[in-house]
Design a protein around this ligand. Sequence first.
Ligand SMILES: *[C@@H]1O[C@H](CO)[C@@H](O)[C@H](O)[C@H]1NC(C)=O
Ligand SMILES: *[C@@H]1O[C@H](CO)[C@@H](O)[C@H](O)[C@H]1NC(C)=O
Ligand SMILES: *[C@@H]1O[C@H](CO)[C@@H](O)[C@H](O)[C@H]1NC(C)=O
Ligand SMILES: *[C@@H]1O[C@H](CO)[C@@H](O)[C@H](O)[C@H]1NC(C)=O
Ligand SMILES: *[C@@H]1O[C@H](CO)[C@@H](O)[C@H](O)[C@H]1NC(C)=O
Ligand SMILES: *[C@@H]1O[C@H](CO)[C@@H](O)[C@H](O)[C@H]1NC(C)=O
Length: 209
Amino acid sequence: MFSNLIALPLLITALTSCLAQTTHTITVGTNGTKTFTPTDIQAAIGDVVNFQFVTGNHTATQSTFAVPCTNNGGFKSGFKPASANDIATFAIMVNTTDPIWGYCGQVGHCQAGMVFAINAPETGNKTFAAFQSAAMSVSAGDGSNSSSSGSGTSAGANGSSSSLISSAGMSTGTGAASSTAASAGSASTLLPCSASMVGALLAGFTWLL
Ligand SMILES: *[C@@H]1O[C@H](CO)[C@@H](O)[C@H](O)[C@H]1NC(C)=O
Ligand SMILES: *[C@@H]1O[C@H](CO)[C@@H](O)[C@H](O)[C@H]1NC(C)=O
Ligand SMILES: *[C@@H]1O[C@H](CO)[C@@H](O)[C@H](O)[C@H]1NC(C)=O
Ligand SMILES: *[C@@H]1O[C@H](CO)[C@@H](O)[C@H](O)[C@H]1NC(C)=O
Ligand SMILES: *[C@@H]1O[C@H](CO)[C@@H](O)[C@H](O)[C@H]1NC(C)=O
Ligand SMILES: *[C@@H]1O[C@H](CO)[C@@H](O)[C@H](O)[C@H]1NC(C)=O
């Protein structure tokens, strides 16, 4: 009984954070431009950031603030060529309140200012503007290393049907993988809190009560 009293708040916390999760969409290549839209977002731990590659052949690749156009070992979508009838997607889960910096690994794009930030400070030395400025001063050759090669987050040749959640470290569990194929125009909602997880939590409640 005593352990139940401890477990109950934990279940409530898990369920609450699960249901409160937000999905943020960043459009990549709007109107054929070398841009992330929006470029600079705020997201809470547990939120999903879903990149939608609508034109061109871009990546969403993590870097540090200090070295803007090089993968820091964090997430990388691989190249996501957009096609007319299939929007490629890539999703990450935010697992930190620290700023997350990223760029497009296509040759020359980072240096052209194609970068984004999640939870960048709005003031001080490490703003999004400062990051973008630093990226644009990286010499052109340096970007080639970027994102392309590598294991991990394979870019599915099948575009949106293979959208995946690569967490910035945090395992997203089996529920995360159950993405729905996004047909053009509709954002797929990737819910790490899968229905089964919610069900399990609810079952836990029932058992406790
Ligand atoms: C994209 O192009 C359309 C048509 O020119 C324009 O209405 C729209 O504002 C553009 N979107 C952005 C984000 O620039
Ligand atoms: C996307 O860009 C990469 C790197 O430049 C290239 O290897 C790949 O062939 C391109 N894909 C398409 C469909 O253009
Ligand atoms: C921020 O930039 C200013 C001006 O370049 C510099 O004096 C200061 O030391 C920097 N602060 C930090 C924390 O790096
Ligand atoms: C990629 O980066 C590594 C170190 O980060 C460097 O040793 C290597 O030469 C780079 N390769 C290319 C092709 O730029
Ligand atoms: C793409 O889809 C086709 C048919 O659905 C399948 O045969 C192929 O293996 C898939 N490719 C990848 C990389 O998933
Ligand atoms: C968050 O992601 C970073 C980057 O992948 C990883 O180093 C860190 O361990 C993760 N933190 C947690 C709490 O999962």
